[in-house]
Design a protein around this ligand. Structure first.
Ligand code: MN3
Length: 203
């Protein structure tokens, strides 16, 4: 079963970059909806007692009659659960440090080069989906995108940062200006949490 997590900050904590009204709808309606629909899909099956992350990591073994519902709603559940934790109020954001900073420089050149590449990937998602910073089997960083609510977990990746580029993430405040939302989002990335996830992934 999945349980809707509380936000680790107030709904207005990401203002002015992400507005309170969007956060209320995104968490209380969208994430809550994925959570409830996922639970309904797995109710009464062997998957009911499993951690949704484990279920999504083994999507191929999910019974075919509920696989699409698990993929879409379970993906929506785990993706948003990560998304809230990799954001924080702008005054706590800053820049990545430590091993993550070194890994970013090794893989992408500079922090600015990395931001450009990630923003470009996020801006290029056709329709609804996500951009991710993931760690692969060999411990290397990758920028990836997924359509809809597909999660990199189902591809054997370990997502350490994700950006939701569904229109529901930004339309109220910014209408169709996705790039403006992406540029604003960098101000509220919780680098401490992304670093923590990175170190957990490579250890
Ligand atoms: Mn969303």
């Amino acid at each position: 079963m999945a349980e809707l997590p509380d936000l680790p900050y107030d709904y207005d904590a990401l203002e002015p970059y992400i507005d309170e009204e969007t956060m209320k709808l995104h968490h209380g309606k969208h994430h809550n909806g994925y959570t409830n629909k996922y639970n309904k899909a797995v109710e009464g099956t062997d998957l009911e007692g499993e951690d949704p992350h484990e279920v999504l990591a083994n999507l191929d073994t999910v019974p075919s009659n509920i696989r699409t519902a698990v993929r879409n709603n379970g993906g929506g559940y785990v993706n948003h659960a990560l998304f809230w934790t990799v954001m924080c109020p702008a005054e706590e954001s800053g820049e990545p440090g430590g091993k993550l900073r070194s890994a970013i420089n090794d893989e992408f050149g500079t922090f600015d080069d990395f931001k450009d590449a990630f923003s470009k990937a996020a801006g290029g998602v056709f329709g609804s989906g996500w951009a991710w910073l993931t760690v692969d089997d060999s411990g290397s960083l990758r920028i990836e995108t997924t359509p809809n609510q597909d999660t990199p977990i189902s591809k054997g990746r370990n997502p350490i940062m994700g950006l939701d580029v569904w229109e529901h993430s930004y339309y109220l405040l910014r209408q169709n200006r996705r790039r403006e939302y992406i540029d604003a989002w960098w101000n509220v990335v919780n680098w401490e949490e992304v670093e923590r996830r990175f170190e957990e992934a490579v250890n």
